[in-house]
Design a protein around this ligand. Sequence first.
Ligand SMILES: *[C@@H]1O[C@H](CO)[C@@H](O)[C@H](O)[C@H]1NC(C)=O
Ligand SMILES: *[C@@H]1O[C@H](CO)[C@@H](O)[C@H](O)[C@H]1NC(C)=O
Ligand SMILES: *[C@@H]1O[C@H](CO)[C@@H](O)[C@H](O)[C@H]1NC(C)=O
Length: 207
Amino acid sequence: MVAFLLFLLTSLSLGNEASTDSVCSNCGDSVVPYPFSTSENCGDKRYKVYCNDGNLEFLSATGTYYQILRIDPSANKLVISPPIILKNTCYSSDLFMGGLLLDESLPFNISTQNTVILLNCSDNILQSPLNCSSNSICRMFEEKVEQGNGCINTLCCHYLKDSAMNSHKIRVKVGSCTAYTCLVDFKPDDPLETWNYGIELQWLPPN
Ligand SMILES: *[C@@H]1O[C@H](CO)[C@@H](O)[C@H](O)[C@H]1NC(C)=O
Ligand SMILES: *[C@@H]1O[C@H](CO)[C@@H](O)[C@H](O)[C@H]1NC(C)=O
Ligand SMILES: *[C@@H]1O[C@H](CO)[C@@H](O)[C@H](O)[C@H]1NC(C)=O
């Protein structure tokens, strides 16, 4: 019994050491900086990410995987890829999961550097503080970007997802808006060719 307890204690403390000390190995070409964890044996478990076929991915609360485009460990920020818009439709691939939802019990949130473009919206959306004017950048996206073509001539809007907005979700649903994309660090008048597609997340560092 004592021997078993000792064994348990030793393996627990070893387990702890492994989870706080070791940096995960690369996933394909992507570096996986601490505290991110791709397996039981490395990183910090609360910062779980997934290495699927050499692609580093982030899992939402609804079970959708988003590709991780880059990680900036010095700023505690990472950028994930917005969902694709399914061909010949105006449906985001995560539409039936309600869009992007982050698990509120995890140390991640959506940063305040994101400009969200909402597409194929219903009139009821106009009550919220969005820019749905005819010169909203959503029009440019619909007309000039192939993925936006299926949304052409629908009501669309954009807004800066600042601290007044829920920082754990980007909602879409049938009867509201059915597709979205997102730009990081967008400034008004930035030309389309320089748009930086992504959703920037922030994490609270371990202690
Ligand atoms: C736009 O949204 C409505 C429901 O809100 C849906 O019925 C329609 O198919 C959508 N349009 C496209 C082009 O996906
Ligand atoms: C809406 O966005 C466009 C493009 O950024 C901008 O020129 C316009 O002033 C905005 N309109 C409102 C009402 O904020
Ligand atoms: C997101 O989390 C960071 C770190 O915990 C915090 O400083 C920031 O205020 C949060 N942002 C929002 C919009 O809630």
